[in-house]
Design a protein around this ligand. Structure first.
Ligand code: 6DK
Ligand code: ZN
Length: 370
């Protein structure tokens, strides 16, 4: 069993601007800082750990090509695509759509290469070239909606890859499991009315976007029941996440029986992340990966594609990502989580009563999946 892996040098060249608050404003005394919080070095450091640990030698490297206009228009409005292309031609680039998601001159090419990486990972898993795959793509995608980019995301890589699987590879049912700490609002918007995509997002309640990701957002029309949100209270660690997976995510996948599972894999639910307040450690991500692999084996012939989303701790993202890719590949490099001695004693392993309540309240969402 091989694991596919995608990284491209250009993913590390995404220009996220000068940093500071959005926009950096000297008038408002928000001093610019060296790096935007979404600087691509964090993801490059994960790629470097995958290399330095030797894990890369056990992976089958796949080559991404740029997504085409047709690939993008399966899920986005033409106006959004054209706007990104024209802003990308400006000397200083543009913004994905919400004013906090800058990209540099030529940034559209990197965004197309990220979407193309997602497509290539799905192709390779669907046609059996590899059993599963980790696409370490950048920029991320899961906040991008049909008509706009948002939250550091230009094009919705995961939705584009799912639509590619449905419309060109002949698949009928694809599930997206989004463990990024933020809400997967993009796929929710794009596939709201479709039962061909089951979109499950487990996230910190009201982290971002703060006005979406509630349990009562369930899709509409034919898609009713195929949008599942599991908002968790801040502070949850492996106890809360493992219970959310065991009680809601895995039963939903068993009920839906997708032919392919796409994971929106952010590492911003980690204890070290500056943008959220959850408490997973690298081992916690490893066990979520294990759970999804087991259910993929059960219902989807093992077909599983992980796509990189967020993660903002340059210290810790590499260890979280290494754990997940090791698990996918069934290989241990023996690389210790360098932060475990500090983070281990901080807790987060127990399921607390208010976390159990939040997950239990989401169990009723399973009823309408057929
Ligand atoms: N802004 C993502 O990780 C993107 O889900 C998260 C976008 C969060 C935007 C709001 C926010 C800050 C906070 C601190 C400092 C600067 C900006 F899409 C993904 F990348 F995956 O917290
Ligand atoms: Zn995120």
């Amino acid at each position: 069993t091989t694991t596919g892996y995608i990284w491209n040098t250009l993913y590390g060249w995404a220009d996220t601007g000068s940093g500071g608050i959005f926009p950096p404003s000297v008038d408002a005394l928000t001093q610019p800082i060296a790096h935007h919080v979404a600087h691509p070095d964090t993801k490059r450091r994960l790629h470097e750990l995958i290399s330095a640990s030797g894990l890369i030698d056990s992976l089958r490297q796949l080559e991404p090509g740029p997504a085409t206009r047709e690939d993008i228009l399966r899920v986005h409005d033409a106006a959004h695509y054209e706007r990104i292309l024209s802003e990308s031609a400006l000397p200083k680039g543009g913004d994905a759509g919400d004013g906090v998601s800058p990209f540099g001159n030529g940034g559209h090419h990197i965004a197309l290469l990220a979407a193309g990486g997602a497509i290539e990972a799905v192709r390779a898993v669907a046609d059996g070239t590899v059993r599963n795959a980790y696409a370490l793509i950048n920029p991320p995608g899961h906040h991008a909606e049909r008509a706009t980019g948002r939250g550091f995301c230009i094009f919705n890589n995961g939705a584009i890859a799912a639509a590619h699987a449905l419309e060109t590879l002949g698949l009928q049912r694809v599930a997206i499991v989004d463990w990024d700490v933020h809400h997967g609002n993009g796929a929710q918007d794009i596939f709201r009315e479709s039962s061909k995509v089951l979109n499950i997002s487990v996230h910190q309640d009201r982290c971002f976007p703060s006005d979406s990701g509630f349990r009562d957002e369930r899709g509409s029309g034919d898609g009713f029941g195929y949008t599942l949100n599991v908002p968790l209270p801040p502070g949850g660690g492996s106890g809360a996440y493992e219970y959310a997976f065991d009680a809601v995510v895995l039963p939903a996948l068993r009920a839906y029986r997708p032919e392919l599972i796409i994971v929106a894999s952010g590492f911003d639910a980690s204890m070290m992340d500056p943008l959220a307040r959850m408490m997973l450690r690298a081992d916690g991500f490893r066990s979520l990966a294990r759970k999804i692999m087991d259910v993929a084996d059960e219902v989807a012939d093992g077909k599983l594609v992980c796509l990189q989303e967020g993660g903002y701790s340059p210290y810790y993202v590499p260890f979280c990502g290494l754990a997940v890719v090791e698990e996918l590949a069934g290989v241990s490099t023996g690389t210790a989580d360098a932060f475990a001695p500090i983070l281990g004693p901080m807790g987060g392993d127990a399921l607390l009563a208010h976390e159990r309540e939040a997950v239990d309240a989401a169990k009723e969402l399973l009823a309408d999946i057929t």
